[in-house]
Design a protein around this ligand. Structure first.
Ligand code: NAD
Length: 336
């Protein structure tokens, strides 16, 4: 029996999270779900978007499945997503991009994983205007040897575990000679410990072009925070957009799995949201728990339902579609 924290989220979150839980249970994985509320529902109830008992639950279970959470623009509370990342030092942002037959996209048979550093460089929040007139602004990007070491090591270990053939380190060390240079230096050292995995490095601008021209040449891609943010969305674009994109934020003591898309307030409560991305986040969660057979079964069932195209939500088939719950039921019916 695994203990997993469940944060249903808000907007479309509770309805798609409910479908994901049902699909995971139908795959015969024994999970005790610890359901807790964060974000808007937690403000209503506890006057706190991230109440202490939510953090306590994740500390205890070390694994969470999370629905999307609305972040008010401008004023309002700080992003719960960012707060969770900081609280648990979730230094890995994992973003797989794979093709699904039946989803219109530029390429087929793409299967790549982007491993993005999640805590350092330009996202550490070290920025300011240099004077009251705001005549210039500075953002300081710090890259550390230890931060580079842990993310690059994670990428190689993942490649080894999943029997992937190649790791590509992406950088801009020709211009960012210190931050980029340090990251590249660490990656070359770590690569020596993984002789069975092909290693290469690419400068980020060339990488963007190569991903568009010939994405099949890549497998696992590891890079710093800003480049990872951009390239992971580029990769999602290659396989048909963010609609089916799962993601994970992983640290030494906790891992949080979620859909990449947001809370979609425009379609909340209508039973039309596509539950596939959060189900695929559940697949990543199951692999993290070493429930590999169940993960493969669910991923296969999702792929079959999408390929058939008859029991999918409106975003995948505008003329002949079913609701969120019904797509979940179709996926459960396909589990073998
Ligand atoms: P969004 O991803 O919620 O929606 C963008 C568009 O995609 C909308 O038209 C929406 O209807 C559609 N969409 C999204 N998910 C869908 C699904 N599963 N099925 C069908 N259509 C879907 O992005 P947004 O509108 O920019 O953000 C809304 C809120 O979500 C914001 O408050 C934002 O901060 C938050 N957000 C949260 C997360 C997270 O919790 N990880 C991630 C991104 C955005």
């Amino acid at each position: 029996m695994h203990d997993v924290t469940l944060i249903p989220g808000d907007g479309i979150g509770p309805s798609i999270a409910d479908v994901a839980v049902k699909v995971i249970e139908a795959a015969d994985v024994k999970i005790k779900w610890h359901a807790v509320e964060a974000g808007l529902p937690a403000i209503d109830k506890y006057k706190d978007p991230l109440p202490p008992h939510v953090l306590d639950s994740i500390r205890e279970t070390r694994v969470a499945l999370k629905g999307p959470l609305t972040t008010p623009v401008g004023s309002g509370f700080r992003s719960v997503n960012v707060a969770l990342r900081k609280e648990f030092d979730l230094y890995v942002n994992l973003r797989p991009a794979r093709s699904f037959e039946g989803v219109p996209s530029r390429y087929s048979n793409i299967d790549l994983i982007i491993v993005r550093e999640n805590t350092e460089e330009f996202y550490a929040g070290i920025e300011h205007y240099i004077d009251p007139a705001r005549s210039a602004a500075e953002t300081i990007g710090v890259v550390t040897r230890s931060g580079s070491d842990r993310i690059i090591r994670y990428a190689y270990e993942l490649a080894r575990k999943e029997k992937r053939r190649k790791v590509t380190t992406v950088h801009k060390a020709n211009i960012l000679k210190y931050t980029g240079g340090l990251f590249l230096d660490v990656s070359r050292q770590i690569a020596q410990g993984y002789p069975e995995i092909k290693t290469e490095d690419k400068i980020v601008d060339n990488m963007a072009m190569q991903m568009v021209l010939n994405p099949h040449q890549f497998d696992v891609i590891v890079t710093t925070n800003l480049f990872g943010d951009i390239l992971s969305d580029l990769a999602s674009g290659l396989v048909g957009g963010l609609g089916l994109a799962p993601g994970a934020n992983i640290g030494y003591n906790a891992a949080i799995f979620e859909a990449v898309h947001g809370s979609a307030p425009d379609i909340a409560g209508k039973n039309i949201a596509n539950p596939a991305a959060i189900i695929l986040a559940g697949v990543l969660l199951l692999r993290h728990l070493n429930e590999v057979a169940a993960a493969d079964r669910i991923e296969h069932a999702v792929a079959e339902v999408i390929k058939e195209g008859k029991s999918v939500t409106r975003d995948l088939n505008a003329t002949n579609c079913v609701g969120t719950k019904e797509m979940g039921e179709a996926i459960i019916a396909r589990l073998r």
